[in-house]
Design a protein around this ligand. Structure first.
Ligand SMILES: [Cu+2]
Length: 153
């Protein structure tokens, strides 16, 4: 217990000069995103059902509200869960963070490329585990700012 408590304490102290924070919370069965530095910008992200799909959308991979982040900006991810253990995983970026209730997994990342990245929960979290995909859109900063303004209007 003693070494674990020490490690948990120092884990919670991790800090960095990030320019943007994003809180990611896993739920049965959706993800919610909260941009702490953009007041009021928070939303839930559900998998698109069949009747919501547009031409070109990937079935069981696309979501109604995509997570949008600016390119080249240092982002601090704080990942946690509202219920069981999930994992916020984007394989093509090498990102996989366990989402556990009561614990915040912190991770810093600056996206080197603009694009759309698809991921999935990678912790067996229950019956609908396969229905909580992740879609992350990395855009130039001015587009991110435009998206924030649109979202908050
Ligand atoms: Cu899962």
């Amino acid at each position: 217990m003693v070494p674990s408590l020490g490690l948990l304490y120092y884990y919670g102290l991790i800090s960095s000069d990030s320019q943007l924070s994003l809180k990611v919370i896993g739920h049965q069965w959706y993800w919610s995103y909260d941009y702490g530095d953009v007041n009021g910008l928070e939303f839930d992200s559900y998998m698109k059902s069949l009747d919501m799909l547009n031409l070109g959308d990937m079935r069981q991979f696309d979501v109604d509200n995509r997570c949008v982040l600016p390119f080249g900006v240092d982002v601090r991810f704080c990942v946690s869960s509202g219920d069981v253990i999930h994992a916020w995983a984007l394989n093509s970026l090498g990102i996989k963070l366990d989402a556990m209730s009561g614990i915040i997994s912190v991770f810093f990342y600056s996206f080197p490329l603009i694009g759309v990245y698809f991921g999935q929960c990678s912790e067996i979290c229950g019956a609908n585990h396969r229905f909580i995909p992740i879609v992350l859109e990395v855009t130039p900063f001015f587009m991110f700012k435009g998206w924030c303004d649109l979202f908050l209007d």
